[in-house]
Design a protein around this ligand. Structure first.
Ligand SMILES: *[C@@H]1O[C@H](CO)[C@@H](O)[C@H](O)[C@H]1NC(C)=O
Ligand SMILES: *[C@@H]1O[C@H](CO)[C@@H](O)[C@H](O)[C@H]1NC(C)=O
Ligand SMILES: *[C@@H]1O[C@H](CO)[C@@H](O)[C@H](O)[C@H]1NC(C)=O
Ligand SMILES: *[C@@H]1O[C@H](CO)[C@@H](O)[C@H](O)[C@H]1NC(C)=O
Length: 460
């Protein structure tokens, strides 16, 4: 652990801070992460007698998706052009895969999945596509269209991307719930709680949202009311509902999944002798004020503010938490010569939980650092999914000239992360100095308050 920690610290520090130091031009010497591992000899008074200094190469992103170039796997004196076929649009979108920073090293499992590569399930009334690392589903319902009444063994957390949707539910105590959510709002259904989703007519386009399930093996293609009834003998159905068999003459023979219907005509749940659910299954996150930060803003919703999952099936329910980071304008690529880094989310690693990200707007860059020097960098566009295994050190940097907006989702009840700069700021300076050889002045500049999203660094 100590070894990985120390290496993480070195790598992240240079990703975050040294890249904005004055650039030692002409020294593109590739210093792979492997040289960092020996620095765990914590008794050393300074890093230099033990291992060489890490490269000063700023390792900037080399192009953007809008660049009018033929991208090649070349960085500094490394690499060479491609003679064979190229998929230029994909290569333009992924500069850090084609021409990785020299700080990348070894292997990290793929962390990027564009939703555009997911199979699209087309229905009358809408569509759905999914990604199965944590399990995320992107779904669209036209006005009035219904996502069939269903339940599943995992909790369902959702963020509304566009439009409005009415959600209904009945809990294990027979208490019911109805609510409507719009852009930027959330809903959450604990595992096993049956529910439905229906686009209202408040937007002519219906609704699009993101569903997250806390189990990568989860499939949306299961556990439907209609499909269930279609697989129960009619005689049993009649007995169960105390009706004749003919009362169920018109039930469909298989699932409906997504299907058209008239938009909801009421916002009231049927009167319920048991009462309504004790806690709301929806959360008006769009109305929560943002927390402004030097490099953008952040909103956090977890069980401290959206408590539904605390009292219901507490032991088994994992709760969705999320963070929305809107980072201000950035001109990273153009500005690189001046070494101005606009707006990137702070280095962090999440001690216990995997992280699932969805990019809503803009272009981001992320390096994952595993341990034993393994590090890899990816670039993300709106509509992409990123997956960060628990405790992998990482940052997200805005590399576009527009706002970068993305969701971070964790399988946990309370959002938490560890900030690299805060860690260093609150460690005895002599210890930090012995590891990293920072000047007193640099150490004094480290902020003792967690910053989360930081703006441009000083240029000199
Ligand atoms: C370049 O970096 C390497 C390794 O960090 C170092 O040994 C060398 O002296 C540097 N060269 C220059 C010109 O700074
Ligand atoms: C943003 O960048 C794109 C290309 O990267 C460019 O076409 C556009 O003009 C830039 N917009 C601004 C406001 O600088
Ligand atoms: C939306 O539906 C409600 C309830 O049925 C109805 O009162 C309202 O007129 C509808 N609005 C539009 C724009 O169709
Ligand atoms: C540290 O962060 C706090 C809160 O974000 C801010 O008010 C303060 O100015 C920062 N201090 C330094 C030295 O940057």
């Amino acid at each position: 652990m100590t070894k990985g920690f120390s290496a993480a610290l070195t790598t992240l520090l240079f990703a975050a801070i040294a890249s904005c130091s004055p650039v030692n031009d002409g020294n593109g010497t590739a210093s792979t992460g492997s040289s960092f591992t020996a620095s765990s000899t914590s008794a050393a008074a300074s890093a230099s007698p033990t291992v060489p200094y890490a490269s000063d190469d700023p390792n900037a992103v080399l192009w953007t998706q809008d660049s009018n170039i033929l991208p090649e796997p070349e960085r500094g004196g490394l690499g060479g052009s491609i003679l064979g076929p190229q998929n230029v649009p994909i290569e333009l979108q992924n500069p850090d895969l084609l021409a990785p920073p020299t700080t990348d090293y070894g292997d990290i499992p793929n962390a990027k999945w564009p939703m555009a590569l997911s199979h699209q399930r087309l229905q009358t009334g809408g569509w759905a596509r999914q990604e199965n690392k944590m399990a995320g589903v992107n779904m669209r319902l036209e006005v009035g269209a219904i996502r069939e009444l269903h339940w599943h063994k995992t909790a369902e957390w959702s963020y509304v991307i566009s439009g409005y949707v009415q959600v209904t539910s009945v809990d294990q105590n027979g208490k019911n719930f109805i609510g409507t959510v719009g852009p930027g709002d959330l809903w959450y259904f604990p595992a096993g709680i049956p529910h439905s989703l229906q686009a209202t007519n408040q937007s002519a386009d219906g609704v699009e949202f993101l569903l997250i399930f806390d189990d990568g093996t989860f499939s949306e293609d299961a556990t439907f009311l209609v499909n269930w009834l279609a697989h129960v003998p009619k005689e049993v159905i009649a007995k169960n509902f105390q009706t004749s068999i003919s009362a169920f003459n018109n039930i469909p023979s298989r699932e409906l999944y997504i299907f058209p219907a008239l938009p909801p005509s009421t916002t009231q749940a049927p009167s319920d002798p048991q009462g309504t659910t004790p806690q709301s299954f929806t959360f008006p996150l769009s109305q929560v004020p943002i927390t402004p930060l030097s490099g953008g803003s952040v909103k956090v919703a977890d069980s401290t503010t959206f408590p539904v999952s605390i009292t219901i099936a507490a032991a088994e329910v994992s709760r969705g938490t999320w963070r929305d980071e809107g980072v201000a304008r950035a001109y990273f690529l153009k500005a690189f010569a001046l070494c101005i880094i606009y707006s990137y989310s702070f280095d962090q690693w999440h001690p216990t939980q995997d992280e699932w990200d969805f990019y809503l707007e803009g272009t981001g860059r992320m390096t994952l650092f595993a341990s034993q020097s393994n590090a890899r960098t990816w670039d993300f566009q709106a509509g992409d999914v990123a997956y960060v295994p628990a405790s992998y050190g990482h940052y997200v940097e805005n590399i576009g000239n527009t706002t970068l907006k993305f969701l971070e989702i964790f399988r946990t009840d309370i959002y938490q992360d560890v900030s690299l700069a805060q860690w260093l700021a609150l460690t005895p300076p002599a210890i930090v100095q012995a590891h990293l050889g920072l000047s007193d002045e640099t150490i004094a500049m480290l902020n003792k308050t967690k910053q989360v999203v930081v703006g441009p660094a000083p240029t000199s």
